[in-house]
Design a protein around this ligand. Sequence first.
Ligand code: UDP
Length: 466
Amino acid sequence: MHRRALVNLKPLIGSERYGDLLRVAGATCERLEGRVVWNISSTAQGGGVAEMLHVLVGYTLDAGLDVRWLVMSGDPEFFVITKRIHNRLHGTAGDGGGLGVNEAAHYSRVTEANAQSVITRIQPGDVVLLHDPQAAGLARPLAEAGVHVVWRCHVGHEQNSEWTDQAWTFLRHHLNACKAYIFSVPAYVPSWMEGSLVWIIPPSIDPFSPKNEEIDRVGVLRTLRRIGLLPGIDDDTPAAFTRRDGTEGLVARKASLVSVEEAPLAFGVPLVVQVSRWDRLKDMTGVMKGFAACVAGRIDAVLALVGPSSDGVSDDPEESDVYGECLSVWDALPIEERRRICLVTLPMEDIDENAAMVNAIQRYATVVVQKSLAEGFGLTVTEAMWKSKAVVASGVGGISTQIEPGTGILLENATDLSAFGHTLFDLLTQPQVIADLGTRAHQHVLDTFVGDEHLKRYAALLASLV
Ligand code: UDP
């Protein structure tokens, strides 16, 4: 894991917030002296949990805490089951399969095996943060081994339904062993959970990561040419970025494009972008249809749907099906609409390089969209707001907690494609509104989501455990 220097935050958050952060960090280290804080998640790359953990672990290491991150393993059947739980916690049926005794037995076998391998490395008294449904099954065996177990839930839905109930019934007895629970949004906390054990801690972004570091216009254009989104290479200078370990990286790989034009973007043509995993709940096809119906051809603008190359997210068995559905919808569009829409998959072999690509695409965008049907938190929204972008996003889950009036546009009904399309069209006709939303969005993220608050909340939780 790469250490991230806390001192870098000082010029951004100011001396007072920085001093506060150092005081809290010092006290937490003293309190946890000799203990290790372990994070266990199901993937090291792709998606918001991995993104957030890189930030959290990196800064906590610099604060002096012994913090480590393990990635659990599982077979394809395990990840089909956990994706089902994930979808149901978001209030949807997912693949429609069961969560019965067979699934419970398989889930427990895999999580128990993971727990046994973790137990060989931990000491009684350590703290373990388990992330999401995939890791929940480790709670009981690890608690029995004498560690303090906390479960961090990154997903959820505001309303109870038979789907959410099924998922919670499946998870509940695993979770009873936890000493605390963390959610990003209060509405996701199930009613049976002991309120005094619940912590609400929204995620944060790292302004200095390859995903979010400042890049000038020349660097943005260079990156987009390198990956094949913009036409032409006008110089030989490689597109450089700063890796998480502080060394220089170069964007060398190409994106895979599905587009009518070879290089689908053109200078001066506004770009609308959604960056997401290929997950039905991100509704990439809905974005495409809304854009095709209300924007394409009515105003000069291009839509790019951007996601990881397939196999990029190892714990998501549905991504290639969802990508296939996007391809079919795109294929069926009239040529004039297809001309203005492209699907972009970014290579995942080097996640810093992937992040640099996302950074350049978000910075080049005129408007960033996140039209999810359900959303745990929605880090892409914070990332875009940090880059002073006007964001149009569904008012669901964690997204509603990020966009305050005047800092972006929240869609009341995530399934209303016509309202989405018209909102986007109207916004694209108002450059000053786009600029003003972007300015306020950046300030809001600086005030709320750059990390010191996040770290302080974690510190308070850790201190309460030991
Ligand atoms: N992301 C990425 N490369 C991609 C697609 C997504 O790095 O090709 C990142 C994106 O920038 C964000 C994270 O994956 O940091 C997605 O997090 P979010 O909370 O928006 O959604 P999740 O995937 O956790 O549901």
